[in-house]
Design a protein around this ligand. Structure first.
Ligand code: NAD
Length: 347
């Protein structure tokens, strides 16, 4: 993610990248190639001590985040932080408190609420075209990050990735979670569920189902995914799907039927940093920016849904040998879903 931010920051004239920090020497080398004008650090403190620095992007894994947020707040830096905003719920809520009490602006990369296709759908849902929003169906299944790879400090896939969809449901519903029931599956004899479906209600009566899993054809010859959102109202509905290149929204409203296709937009980091640049320039927080609080709530409910799945049978299907084969397969893939970066490549 650090590289993704760097790429976008280098293209946005509002920003000058002065420091890049990574504890890993190979990553520092990649950074040096990508941004020869920047100072490359193995400890972030010189950057935080530099009064010229107005904003920091915190995108290590979550275990380092709270300490960095504490020090950024103390140094008066505006903060863009990756999700989850810390490694435990207690730390996440401390980060929320710190950010909300400090005279700095903060945001987190809950990028789905910054995506054009979700904005179009939310506008449709509250325009009257669909009647009253009643049912929400959200699904994201890919052959992505396998168990044991990558973000161990961020929990099973329903937390690490699924918290985005938990946040999205709440953002669409404009209400708080009231009930949830979750069914999980422990694939390949892994300790945690790697597929989970949760359904329930919001305080305002809207019902939801969320399906997330990185279990979708991990060893298939040709990999693909299944990702969609459907918002069903009392009179009409809208739905979205994408192939990671193009997103397609269909709106079946009472007065019009729309079919919209536009570039997918990736993780919308260009938009997030532009919103932060705008906030810093005007001194007024751009309300489009996702908040630390939204991230902490999504994280908390993703954990609650995972806990519920552990109470509901939680079968295991598949063998550890299959998981070994998946790890081996992913090590050799050149183009795949959620692959870990290869440091010997100039990416
Ligand atoms: N918003 C999204 O959609 C999205 C997508 C992918 C990852 N993420 C999040 O972004 C974060 C990073 O994910 P990633 O895939 O880039 O992980 P990664 O493991 O590829 O990269 C993390 C980097 O942080 C460095 N690092 C670790 N501790 C450090 C410290 N104390 N100081 C400086 N550098 C340190 C590591 O050396 C590594 O280079 C995670 O929290 C992850 O959940 C978010």
């Amino acid at each position: 993610m650090g590289r993704c931010y760097l790429r976008e920051l280098l293209q946005n004239e509002a920003f000058e990248v002065v420091y890049i920090c990574d504890v890993d020497a190979a990553c520092r080398e990649v950074a040096r190639r990508q941004a020869p004008q920047a100072q490359i650090l193995s400890d972030f403190r010189p950057a935080f001590d530099d009064e010229r620095i107005r904003a920091v992007v915190l995108c290590t894994t979550a275990d380092a985040r709270l300490q960095q947020i504490r020090e950024a707040v103390a140094a008066g830096k505006h903060i863009i932080a990756e999700k989850p905003i810390a490694d435990t719920l207690e730390h996440e809520w401390e980060a929320v408190r710190l950010a909300e009490e400090a005279p700095v602006m903060s945001t987190t990369n809950m990028y789905l609420q910054n995506a054009w296709y979700h904005t179009v759908m939310r506008d449709a849902a509250y325009s009257g075209e669909l009647g009253e929003l009643a049912i929400m169906r959200i699904c994201h299944m890919t052959p992505g990050l396998a168990p044991g790879e990558g973000h161990e400090s961020e929990g099973p896939s329903f937390h690490d990735c699924g918290m985005h969809y938990v946040n999205l449901a709440r953002w669409f519903a404009r209400s708080e979670f009231k009930t949830w029931h979750a069914q999980g599956m422990r694939m390949w004899d892994w300790k945690d569920p790697w597929w989970l479906q949760a359904h329930g209600t919001f305080e305002n009566g809207i019902v939801y189902d969320i399906t997330q899993g990185f279990v979708y054809g991990q060893l298939s010859k040709d990999q693909t995914h299944n990702s969609y959102v459907e918002l069903i109202g009392t009179k009409g509905f809208c739905r979205m799907t994408h192939d990671f290149k193009t997103a397609v929204v269909d709106i079946h409203g009472v007065t019009e039927t729309l079919h919209i296709e536009r570039p997918f937009g990736g993780k919308n980091i260009d938009r997030l940093i532009a919103e932060m640049a705008d906030s810093i320039a005007t001194g007024r927080r751009n309300e489009q920016m996702p908040t630390f609080r939204e991230s902490a709530i999504a994280s908390e409910y993703a954990w609650r849904m995972l806990e519920d799945a552990r109470r509901n049978d939680l079968p295991s299907i598949g063998t550890h040998d299959e998981l070994e084969a998946i790890w081996e397969h992913r090590r050799n893939l050149k183009d795949g879903y959620g692959l870990l970066p290869r440091l010997n490549k100039n990416v």
